[in-house]
Write a protein that binds this ligand. Structure first.
Ligand SMILES: [Zn+2]
Ligand SMILES: [Zn+2]
Length: 278
């Protein structure tokens, strides 16, 4: 299986990322992709990716500034005030093993730890990073929380300049209309362990399992967003990339297809988006 979006680059894995990665590889995860949310976490994702290089277990990095960090991207660079986050990101994006720009997008959800970041700043960071993906020929990994319509409007403006396929929405949630438009624009759709949670998530209108059923298998990618979104029956403990297998099995069962065929499909979907042979 492939975990196309997780965060072994985050502090919660500081002490045991290697053990966690090995568990995943031993369990049958062939590729782990760590995604950045800020300049330091993007840099960490690149460092980790460059440590691993084996057909039994590969690691790649996706670099970018999350909409939550759009107003503090400079401040966070190595704990010092800098005014050149974008230049730093550009340098990182050119490093070996970087396969995409993400997680970038818009987020209109109010979290306990983070209010809604000024929307103009979110749009500014999003568009700048789409520009970088076009310049470097890298696919996008989109973060969307309750901002699907606005994200689609932005992506439509760039549609002719994006990669083919343009990339993926990670941890998809939203309306059926946003899903359909994202698919029409050529995007692949990432699902996580929260598809095993019952009911409709706060702020959403459609159950995730419903959206899985509406997405054809040849456009799906699987991910964990570790350390978050641990699937049932493990919910309550820290999530790990090995649990992407649970996510894959759950999707295969929702679709009534065998896990082996589905896994093959996931590999070819990953190869199509990121232009990497598994
Ligand atoms: Zn995200
Ligand atoms: Zn994430």
């Amino acid at each position: 299986m492939v975990d196309v979006h997780c965060h072994l680059n985050f502090h919660s894995f500081e002490d045991d990322y290697d053990e966690v990665a090995k568990h995943a590889f031993e369990s049958g995860v062939r590729v782990i992709v760590n995604t950045g949310t800020s300049i330091p976490s993007s840099r960490r994702a690149v460092e980790l990716a460059q440590k691993y290089d084996s057909p039994a277990g590969e690691m790649y990095a996706i670099v970018g500034v999350h909409p939550h960090h759009a107003d503090k991207a400079d401040v966070e660079f190595e704990g010092e005030l800098q005014s050149n986050w974008f230049d730093n990101l550009k340098k990182l994006a050119r490093e070996p093993k970087v396969i995409g720009i993400g997680e970038i997008g818009l987020d209109y959800h109010t979290y306990k730890s983070n209010g809604i970041v000024d929307k103009d700043m979110q749009f500014g960071a999003f568009k700048k990073q789409i520009g970088l993906s076009i310049e470097l020929g890298l696919p996008l990994q989109i973060h969307n929380r309750q901002a699907g319509e606005d994200i689609i409007q932005v992506l439509k403006k760039y549609r002719t300049q994006l990669q083919d396929p343009p990339g993926m929405f990670h941890c998809f949630a939203g309306s059926k209309k946003v899903l359909k438009t994202a698919l029409d624009l050529g995007f692949y759709i990432g699902f996580d362990g929260n598809i095993t949670y019952k009911g409709i998530a706060p702020g959403e209108t459609v159950e995730l399992s419903e959206l899985v059923k509406l997405t054809s298998a040849d456009r799906i990618l699987v991910e964990t967003d570790s350390p978050f979104l641990t699937p049932i029956p493990l919910r309550g403990i820290r999530n790990e990339p090995k649990n992407v297998i649970i996510v894959g099995e759950y999707i295969a069962s929702l679709k009534g297809v065998g896990i082996h065929g589905f896994q093959k499909q996931i590999y070819s979907n990953f190869e199509a988006v990121f232009k990497i042979k598994i």
